[in-house]
Design a protein. Sequence first.
Length: 271
Amino acid sequence: MDPDIGSEDVALQNGRVKYFLNMEHLTIIIPSLTIILAELSLFFGYTKLSTWVHIILLVVLTLSTIVINDADTQYLFRAFILLSLLRILNLSMPVFFDLTLYSYVFIYAPLLIPIYVLVKDQGLDMKSLGMVRSIRYYELPLALLVGLIIALGEFMIIKPGYLIPDLSFFNLLKISIVMIIFVGFFEEIIFRSILQTKLESMIGKYQGLFLASILFGVMHSGYGTLYEMLFTAFAGLVLGYMYQRSRSLFLVSITHGFVNVFLFGVLPHLA
């Protein structure tokens, strides 16, 4: 220890470190709990309350990014903003028309703008987003198998209707494009490339994976069943672990897309 540094200075430095750590944890805990509260409100049927909680969180976090100069905090708040924005778009869409395959395009496409703003302002490159590593030939069968297993589990829980009238090549191609490019890609870049990656750097590799998976699970509260939230949290762990090992956004996006193709296209017709 430096002899010029007294015990009071050491205590002061330790207090500052603890304060920093506490503030860093609060920037994770408070938005996470608020999103969980909003999603539980939706789960119990309080749709308006859920919408307002997400709107308030979105406004508060947006204003916070203006007054807070810390880059990591800004990054994290914008990641949480994307989650609330995704839910608000999802809840507002049925107001305009019934939920169809094409409604997913209108829900997810607007997210391109805030994602672009976050990526640009934070100076993220293609590598940090997992968009450099290509999919290896042996990973496609793995993505297909994992997608089928997750879809079978979800289908047993929620038993959704089909989003395509039949299993013709054109309809399968159409649902594959929507579910992989829009749903799979946009959800995975939010939950894996942006949120999970930042949480890993702030609270640890597996802690970040676990929290991102919990948020991924509760964001499926709209189905109204606890089993679906628990199962999708598990699916988030699987997808998150795949991303940890591969650092390939394309791999997890395709796997996620396959889940939805089977869940909303193939399995309802076969059942």
